[in-house]
Design a protein around this ligand. Structure first.
Ligand SMILES: [Zn+2]
Length: 406
């Protein structure tokens, strides 16, 4: 698994925001092609690189057992440099701060990171500090690859039929845009995408993107008296009217939702404020959305010459309600995690996953831990031992699903 991981992270698969093409960067296909070739080499059936860059493959197993889908994404985030990754394995970690040699200002400090402090004796993989590591989500990719290679070589005890899917453009919110559920053909599925050892994530945010457009009235500033309506100032007023001490990403945690202005651009004539709105509770998501609409309407109330429009698009939906209807999906994962020697922990995600979208489309898809940490940061790291536990969990999961329903 480690050998595969170190190879995959060296391939630049950084996604790009706002690209017209799919996938957003052609480089992602380099890894997709590599994975398809390796899956054929391992001996999987139906290996396919789709026109959209997804890799699908089948590992046949016990007839009659549910088909188990395993999903990870090949792309990395555009939020930090992702090309030219030079991974370093810090063997037998002794507990001191890890200074990354490519940028000595990047330090992994066990005093600030209890997860790292708890990994004495582990082998820790980092980048050299100049780039991401790309464990998000190549840890998941390497774990699935290692697990199916192991299962192909060890057909006993029996395992369920496994369908593998590697997706693209997850990091720019389009990971399942062209994901064909019928072609995938899984009865249940799991993403392997982040989170700490033993975790199975069964709950995501429900998410909405909002856009407030403010039209002002331009005039030459030298003769603007009584005529100019400055959209820049109205946008600033609107942003200032949003909640600050509550309902903000920087002041909330756990299941608390937020309204987050993520981008402002504009001029005197018109200004646009983009926001994301999040909550685990759908009723509260509606309340947050209403609040944005009310505050936007207040702009026009105070300046009737301005024109304000509000757009709202649902991004993804909390998968909890779907997962709750399929208790065996979570129970099987917990059993597999236990068999891999780890205590399972149910947790929630303050974000979304490809699994949230697939769950909404009818395929229950919780997320299983990968052992990666500090995602989207130059200080991203992964414990080889935790990654191995994740790969072992996948092996056990395929076996659990081949056993008679209890
Ligand atoms: Zn990810």
């Amino acid at each position: 698994m480690l050998e595969r991981f170190l190879r995959y992270v060296r391939v630049d698969t950084q996604a790009a925001e706002g690209a017209a093409a799919y996938p957003s960067t052609a480089a992602q296909l380099d890894l997709s092609r590599m994975l398809a070739a390796e899956l054929r080499q391992i001996g999987l059936d139906d290996v396919e690189l789709t026109g959209h860059g997804y890799v699908f493959a089948t590992l046949p197993g016990a007839p009659g057992a549910p088909v188990v889908g395993l999903i990870a994404h090949v792309d990395t985030t555009p939020e930090a440099p992702g090309a030219g990754v030079s991974p370093i394995v810090h063997e037998d970690y002794a507990g001191a701060p890890i200074v990354l040699p490519g940028d000595p200002s990047q330090v992994l400090d066990p005093d600030e990171e209890p997860e790292l402090a708890a990994r004495h004796g582990h082998d820790i993989v980092t980048s050299d500090g100049a780039t991401l590591l790309g464990a998000d989500d190549k840890a998941g990719v390497a774990e699935i690859m290692a697990a199916v290679a192991y299962l192909a070589a060890h057909p006993h005890p029996a395992h369920a039929t496994v369908r593998v899917a590697f997706t693209v453009d997850e990091e720019v919110g389009r990971g399942t845009l062209h994901f064909d559920l019928d072609a995938f053909g899984a009865d249940v599925a799991y993403t392997l995408d982040g989170s700490g050892i033993g975790e199975i994530e069964v709950e995501t945010f429900s998410a909405r993107a909002m856009k407030v457009t403010i039209r002002g009235r331009g005039a030459h500033p030298g003769s603007a008296k009584g005529r100019l309506v400055n959209a820049v100032k109205l946008a600033a007023d609107f942003v200032a009217s949003l909640p600050r001490d509550t309902l903000s990403p920087e002041t909330t945690e756990g299941r608390e939702g937020f309204i987050h202005p993520s981008r402002v651009h504009g001029s005197v004539e018109d200004a646009v404020v983009n926001l994301i709105v999040r909550d685990h509770d759908d009723a509260k998501l509606e309340q947050h959305t209403e609040l944005v609409r009310r505050l936007a309407a207040r702009i026009e109330e105070r300046e009737p010459r301005a024109r304000v429009t509000v757009e709202s698009v649902d991004s993804y939906h909390n998968m909890r309600s779907v997962i709750d209807r399929h208790p065996r999906v979570v129970a099987a994962a917990e059993e597999a995690i236990r068999r891999a020697g780890v205590e399972p922990v149910r947790s929630i995600i303050r974000g979304g996953t490809d699994g949230a979208v697939l769950s909404a489309r009818g395929l229950p898809t919780p997320n299983i831990f990968t052992g990666g940490q500090n995602y989207h940061s130059l200080r991203e790291w992964a414990s080889v031992q935790d990654m191995a536990a994740a790969a072992a969990t996948v092996v056990e999961l395929a076996r659990v699903w081949a056993e008679a329903e209890t």
